[in-house]
Design a protein around this ligand. Structure first.
Ligand SMILES: Cc1cc2nc3c(=O)[nH]c(=O)nc-3n(C[C@H](O)[C@H](O)[C@H](O)COP(=O)(O)O)c2cc1C
Length: 415
């Protein structure tokens, strides 16, 4: 059987190892992780989810404190529309994150940024434009547009000098979503450079309803490939979600995909942003520990470990500090869920209906994962104390690249 390294991804006239590490917010796919993928000849992603908050932690800025100081008076108010992000600060935070990453890049691969539309940030269009343009300004190789249909995102970037040379792609979960995107952007005379097809077994938010089990990645990918052929469009197609071994990837390459995108296997790498104890939770997970639920205020189903601290937590809405999920009316579904929980049991508030995703993702309390998280324990050694040996991103990348016959190479115990 072939291995992934027998294929190459062609993008912008160059060739890459056909392996892309997907974006994982909030700072789970770190700069270091993305850079490893690029160094090894593939493609890595940073994420700009909650980038001012990430910047405070990584680059010693004070954006969160400044926003809180400005809007503290509004904390008791359910209408958060006044708590706007400073667009200059947002651009600066994006600059710091992208510049810090791109300035350290080595090797022949690429670093992209994952930009989610669902982060409305209380002013969806203006904040999205700033995020997109600041990423391009500061030298990102490409952008993956995710968590939303992004019908207006190309138009937001169309006047940017890098609009035609940066690699710009879209993540979809159906032909319908791709068709809508292509129809909406037709007038701009610029196709996406790649299409990631994310299936129902992926981590993070899903582009499916709670009936996700009715769908499968191979079928949707085949439908997307057929649609592109029918319309005479040559756009690299990159499936994602549940591709656990290099051989899983090969099966997609042999049926017309240009590369594969993966994420869950890298959640247990040294370079990943999750704290050590959370990585161990991912290793330990069993099949029964995984659920797809509706606790995300975005309205999209999300897959996570069902014993994670984000579920049933009791924090007040934190929109004056964070507020990344506020829609154009200054509203987030968590605020309603919180108020209902307070009304029900004011002395012991636990919110099960929704989670305050900003607060919980920032604390790495929302343990989102792909369906096959329970197989991670098979990718390493269990140590004498019962814990699992962490892996280097290089080891995982090379295993995907070189493995044949569904084999998974275990690390040297010193890795
Ligand atoms: C911990 C985690 C966080 C994720 N966060 C995001 C995100 O912020 N934005 C996004 O578009 N996809 C996100 N994803 C999806 C991945 O980028 C990727 O497409 C998918 O998980 C691939 O499937 P796999 O995890 O089974 O390999 C996340 C996945 C994981 C595991």
């Amino acid at each position: 059987m072939k291995c992934l390294d027998d294929f190459r991804l062609q993008l912008g006239g160059r060739e890459y190892v056909p392996l892309m590490i997907g974006g994982m917010g909030v700072d789970i796919s770190t700069s270091d992780l993305a850079l490893e993928a690029a160094r090894l000849g593939g493609i890595g992603h940073i994420s700009d989810a909650m980038v001012p908050t990430v910047s405070d932690r990584r680059y010693k800025t004070r954006y969160v404190a400044a926003k809180m100081a400005k809007y503290k008076f509004n904390v008791g108010n359910d209408d958060k529309s006044i708590a706007q992000f400073d667009l200059g600060d947002l651009a600066e935070a994006q600059r710091l994150h992208v510049e810090y990453t791109m300035g350290r890049k080595q090797g022949d691969g690429l670093v992209f940024i994952n930009i989610m539309e669902k982060l409305g940030m209380n002013n969806p269009s203006a904040t999205l434009k700033v995020r997109l343009e600041a990423a391009l300004d500061n030298g990102i190789d490409g952008i993956s547009l995710s968590a939303g249909l992004h019908l207006g995102s190309f138009a937001l970037m169309q006047d940017h000098p890098r609009f035609r040379d940066a690699q710009l792609g879209i993540i979809v979960s159906s032909v319908r979503a791709l068709n809508l995107f292509l129809r909406k952007t037709k007038g701009l005379d610029r196709l996406p450079d790649f299409v990631v097809v994310e299936g129902p077994l992926a981590g993070g938010h899903l582009g499916f309803g709670l009936d996700w089990k009715k769908y499968d990645l191979a079928t949707i990918t085949a439908e997307v490939l057929a649609f592109l052929k029918e319309h005479d469009l040559t756009i690299p197609v990159i499936p994602a979600g549940g591709i656990f071994t290099g051989s899983d990837g090969v099966r997609f390459m042999e049926t017309g995909s240009a590369a594969v995108q993966v994420a869950t296997r890298f959640t247990v790498s040294h370079e990943c942003g999750l704290p050590k104890h959370v990585r161990q939770e991912y290793f330990k997970a069993s099949e029964e520990d995984v659920e797809v639920n509706l606790v995300s205020p975005t309205g999209y189903p999300m897959r996570m470990l069902k014993h994670c601290p984000a579920i049933g937590a009791h924090n007040r809405p934190n929109c004056e500090q964070f507020g990344y999920l506020l829609d154009r009316n200054g509203h987030c579904a968590y605020i309603d869920a919180y108020n209902r929980a307070v009304e029900k049991n004011p002395d012991d508030v636990h919110v099960y209906e929704k989670t305050c995703l900003c607060t919980q993702m920032r604390k790495f309390n929302c343990w989102t994962c792909g369906e096959y998280v329970y197989r991670l324990k098979d990718t390493t050694h269990q140590l004498a104390d019962g814990s699992y040996a962490e892996l280097s991103a290089e080891h995982i990348f090379e295993d995907y690249r070189l493995s044949r016959d569904d084999k998974i190479a275990l690390p040297d115990i010193t890795d």
